[in-house]
Design a protein around this ligand. Structure first.
Ligand code: ADP
Length: 548
């Protein structure tokens, strides 16, 4: 402890350690593209670049009823999705937390049996007629049905862990990440494991497709945004982080394709959580080192460990421990919860960053409730500084990944013929997350952000209103020249949904990257893929169904 230093001064010092400047972002983006290319060329590269076997994106006209199961890092979601064929859908869903003991189950079967039971409950609740009529069939027909599976519901299984895909409905688990560790499952076929448990319960369900959550997000966004532009990237910022994007087959050098005609594009799951595991461009503060050492999988997922929900609370916990001795009031005893792993959830960062009260009451209340820490105003101010620094760094790193994919795709140098009716509508349609791209510099100052949000809202309202009154652009604009293409990105996950200004902070980083800049950043549209994992899985289940 430095004599005479206040907790605020100490927090400023620690916050500075989280600075990730313009040069860092530039350098990291170049390295990211390099590692993307390496992953496309050979197996076993740092970034997996795993082919998804999905060779087209939806155009919004797809129809049909499908089941979807999403095993995330924290929650299990089960839903049935009715694709209505006009970019709309209706969805029924249930969600439950994954019991922590199942994350360490002895056998894979234990985890998958839990999933099958939840699917059964879901069918009993929402599709009981289908379940009952199936179970009423005589045993001989049931046995026969289990072979041809006529009339079964097709299920898309969103599985948010690294797996190697062998076909749309086959994939083997490569390694566990986030909070899971069930060694028995590694190398096994994930669809097979789930199908086995479903069949034990005699459910009329076929596991038709295995989908990474990022691929699902990309497809769902594509379905909803169709008619405007083709979506390039689906990205998750939740318990973990990852992205999937549309790649040219000619670049996917490690994959031999026997299909005739050969597809021209394929969605590739980057597994970017493992970007720069070697730490050549990523920041590495003492707090990052501590988080990694205490994690379930030390030395891997280094990018993810600086960005995502499972880890940001932990980074903050170590940073608070570094400033706590400078407090005049906070007493951190050896038994304090602050020494306990995962005692700070990342949702606290959102609460703290959004706390605009003059006495920072939300921060103080939450610290008292969850950690039993009595913080005064100065302590809370110091902690808020740490939160903003950690959140800002995470968003800038997320910006690196997005910038790399956008640049690599070459889409910023493409244009769309002006006859394309959809372009002006696409630009005017307000993003589901506020964009702030009209602000000279995205600010972390709450007052400006509040103003920005308000202004954005008014602008969006105005654009929609005038859009309705104005004649359609294609009618008034004769075909003269091309318009620069909008690059559409679908995102999902609690962090990007709830952390204040995460998107604005990402955008600041995007503008700093050569090849994007102010102009390019304006052409990047980011929107939440609503119910992304469910709709995406339904869409892949449909593709698989059509192929068989
Ligand atoms: P999953 O990744 O399992 O599909 P989510 O997208 O909901 O699920 O992400 C859960 C993660 O997000 C958890 O690590 C949690 O700590 C974090 N989280 C939950 N709520 C918030 C919030 N309000 N702000 C930031 N992070 C949050």
């Amino acid at each position: 402890k430095k004599p005479g230093m206040s907790i605020i001064e100490r927090a400023k010092e620690v916050a500075e350690e989280f600075e990730y400047g313009e040069e860092d972002v530039q350098r990291a983006t170049k390295h990211f593209i390099k590692q993307m290319n390496e992953g496309l060329e050979r197996d076993g590269a740092t970034m997996g670049q795993i082919p998804s076997y999905v060779t087209s994106v939806p155009n919004g006209t797809e129809k049909g009823l499908y089941l979807a199961v999403d095993l995330g890092g924290t929650n299990l979601r089960i839903c049935s999705v009715d694709l209505l064929g006009d970019t709309k859908f209706s969805i029924l869903q249930s969600k439950c937390a994954i019991p922590s003991e199942l994350m360490f189950a002895k056998t894979a079967a234990e985890l998958f049996a839990f999933l099958a039971t939840k699917i059964e409950v879901f069918l009993q609740t929402h599709h009981s007629e289908q379940l009952l009529s199936h179970r009423r069939k005589p045993m001989e027909i049931l046995n026969q049905n289990s072979l041809n599976r006529e009339g079964f519901l097709q299920l898309g299984f969103t599985f948010s862990f690294a797996f190697e895909q062998h076909a749309l409905n086959r994939g083997s688990l490569l390694y566990w990440t986030k909070g899971f560790n069930i060694p028995d499952a590694i190398g096994k076929d994930i669809c097979g494991l789930l199908q086995e448990e479903i069949d034990k319960l005699r459910l009329p369900v076929t596991v038709a497709a295995l989908v990474n959550d990022t691929v699902g997000t990309l497809l769902a966004r594509s379905y909803e945004a169709s008619g405007t532009t083709k979506t390039l990237l689906g990205a998750i910022f939740g318990t973990g982080t990852n992205g999937a994007y549309v790649e040219k087959m000619s670049n996917l050098k490690k994959m031999k394709v026997s299909d005739n005609p050969a597809p021209t594009e394929m969605i590739v799951n980057t597994e970017w959580g493992s970007f720069d595991n070697e730490l050549s461009v990523l920041p590495n503060t003492p707090y990052d080192i501590a988080v990694d050492m205490e994690s379930l999988h030390p030395g891997i997922q280094m990018f993810e460990k600086r960005i995502s929900g499972l880890y940001l609370g932990e980074i903050l916990r170590y940073a608070i421990l570094a400033i706590a001795p400078f407090s005049t009031t906070m007493i951190i005893r050896e038994t304090s919860l602050l020494y306990k792993q995962f005692s700070i959830d990342t949702s606290f960062l959102s609460t703290a960053a959004a706390d605009l009260t003059s006495d920072l009451s939300a921060i103080r209340q939450e610290l008292a409730q969850t950690l039993g820490v009595e913080a005064n105003h100065e302590d809370s101010e110091a902690i808020r500084r740490l939160v903003l620094a950690i959140g800002r760094r995470a968003a800038r790193l997320a910006g690196v990944a997005i910038a790399a994919v956008v640049i690599k795709s070459g889409r910023l140098s493409q244009s769309t013929p002006r006859t394309n009716l959809s372009y002006p509508a696409a630009e005017d349609k307000p993003s589901l997350i506020s964009t702030y791209s009209f602000l000279p510099e995205a600010s972390t100052k709450p007052a400006i952000n509040f103003f920005g949000r308000f202004f954005q809202w008014i602008r969006a309202f105005f654009l929609q209103w005038t859009g309705r009154l104005a004649p359609k652009p294609a009618i008034i604009a004769p075909v003269t020249s091309d318009l620069p293409e909008i690059v559409d990105i679908g995102v999902d996950g609690s962090l990007i949904e709830h952390y204040p200004d995460f998107e604005a902070l990402i955008r600041t980083a995007l503008r700093e990257v050569d090849g994007i800049g102010l102009e390019g950043e304006k052409r990047i549209r980011i929107g939440i893929a609503k119910d992304g994992s469910g709709v995406g899985a339904a869409l892949v289940a449909r593709m698989a169904d059509l192929r068989t």
